[in-house]
Ligand binder design. Structure first.
Ligand code: GLU
Length: 479
């Protein structure tokens, strides 16, 4: 029977939406949209101590901001599959864990932390590389259990791994992958406080929510055989898995949260003035190679182009330059009204522009439409123009000390004080007049004025600088 495509993104509410998480969410979303499926957002909140209030909502809303819009979530649950938070379904996990215990597929373990540490130590001393629980509690009698309980011990539940079995699956990204069950110890599925572990809860959730495909980070690859064992014990059909490659920085190192050269959280991108369409596009190419090397994809184009077979199987490099380029591309292609909506909040951060009208702010904003890579950059550009506390380079100081520079500045001042309207034409004519009066031209004509007004030798066109600063401020700077 044809099975509906249902995929999910299942973050833990332990922080803001990370760029890696957003990428996983994006590819699940594309999968769903490509094949008319559902994209589910649900919450893995069983690591109670690490949960942060507000993290769930901020992650969900950052996803929606990116255009990765869930069909189901704690905010829009489908009653058939609710609840969407693991801590709200502890009774369900308990029921399934009990079932495994009854069938002999799982068992209570009373070993204490100290005993487990000793066990690990002992295995290590024998040269065992990866620790495996020694099944001390596998066949406890009722009396032994009663004795432990009397001591105040509370059991965890461990899954009993089958021996001599190979778990094979066809990974969407890496093809056939296999794991030997003998390499995996009996792992905990329920903690002594009645809270399930990730590997158990995720299987129950994926099964009950009828998830058909799981696209997630490579770090979960080694969890998959554990999950397959659980599916097998229940007789449930496992979803199709795909493990996406890691994201690396420009030095080829795995992206770490401490990597200061890379902005890591979607909320930071929002604050810095990145457009959601640009991040969406960038993330799409961070795990995907387009057939014709096209770099610009709208959401609709990404959905159309998506094919799970083209998910990249080598690490994806986080290319800051491409990210900036992509954002500037989307900024340039905004229509002016959308551009104002996007950029005016940034322009309004510049205190010196407080007295300007909305229309004046819009004209100033337009000057930078083709200049900026991010919204925050317009603030930098404007601050640079207004800031007189910076010092000039030696070369620029030299230029200013030329006799011709003094001549040009004096003449320019005179001309400017008589100027009524500042625009491209009038300022061009003004420079012509100064040239005629002083005989100075080219760099020696323009540079002293630019340096006198902004102290930097580059930037937007002079008439724009004069327009932004205003005539009075320019005259006072020229003095
Ligand atoms: N909460 C897990 C994570 O954020 C989800 C893993 C999964 O998709 O199975 O990595």
């Amino acid at each position: 029977m044809f099975k509906k495509i249902r995929v999910r993104y299942a973050p833990s509410p332990t922080g803001y939406l990370h760029i890696g998480g957003a990428r996983s969410a994006l590819f699940n979303y594309l999968y769903a949209k490509k094949y008319n499926g559902d994209f589910v957002f649900r919450i893995e909140d069983t690591d109670v101590e690490r949960n942060i209030p507000g993290a769930e909502v901020s992650q969900l809303h950052d996803l929606i901001w990116l255009g990765i819009i869930p069909d189901e979530s704690p905010e829009i649950p489908n009653p058939k599959y609710a609840p969407y938070r693991q801590m709200e379904k502890l009774d369900i996990y308990k029921k399934y864990a009990d079932e495994l215990v009854e069938k002999g597929y799982a068992y209570e373990c009373y070993c204490s932390e100290e005993e487990l540490a000793e066990m690990k130590e002992e295995q290590l001393s024998r040269g065992v590389k990866s620790f495996k629980y020694d099944r001390h509690c596998l066949n406890l009698t009722e009396e032994e259990k009663a004795k432990y309980i009397a001591e105040g011990r509370k059991p965890v539940i461990r899954l009993k791994m089958e021996s001599g079995v190979t778990f094979k699956f066809d990974d969407l990204v890496r093809g056939e992958v296999s794991f030997k069950s003998d390499d995996i110890g009996d792992f905990v599925i329920m903690k002594s406080n009645g809270i399930p572990t990730y590997n158990f809860a995720v299987v129950v959730d994926d099964h009950l929510m009828e998830i058909s495909h799981v696209l997630r980070g490579e770090e979960h690859l080694s969890n998959t055989p554990k999950q397959l064992q659980i599916y097998k014990y229940f007789g449930w059909e496992a979803p199709t898995f795909g493990h996406m490659t890691i994201i690396v920085n420009e030095n080829g190192k795995k992206l770490s949260k401490r990597d200061n050269n890379i902005v890591q959280f979607v909320s930071q991108y929002k604050e810095l003035g990145y457009l959601p369409e640009a991040i969406f596009n960038f993330l799409f190419l961070l795990g995907w190679t387009s057939e014709d090397n096209n770099e610009i994809f709208t959401k609709e184009e990404a959905i159309k182009a998506f094919d799970p077979k083209r998910l990249s199987s080598s690490p994806s490099m986080f290319d800051n330059k491409r990210l900036k380029y992509t954002n500037s591309y989307y900024i340039k292609h905004l229509d002016d009204e959308k551009y104002f909506e996007f950029v005016l909040p940034f322009v309004k951060k510049v205190a010196e522009l407080n007295s300007k009208s909305e229309n004046e702010l819009k004209s100033i904003a337009l000057i930078f439409k083709n200049e900026i890579n991010t919204g925050a950059e317009i603030v930098e550009h404007l601050n640079e123009i207004f800031d007189l506390n910076k010092s000039m380079s030696e070369e620029d100081e030299e230029m200013m000390s030329l006799d011709s520079s003094k001549l040009v500045i004096d003449e320019f001042k005179k001309e400017l004080s008589n100027l009524d309207e500042i625009n491209h034409e009038t300022v061009k004519a003004l420079f012509k007049n100064v040239q005629a009066a002083t005989g100075v031209k080219g760099k020696n004509l323009y540079m002293p004025i630019r340096l006198k007004l902004t102290k930097v030798p580059h930037g937007i066109e002079m008439y724009n600088i004069i327009g932004i600063l205003g005539k009075d401020e320019c005259l006072s700077r020229l003095n």
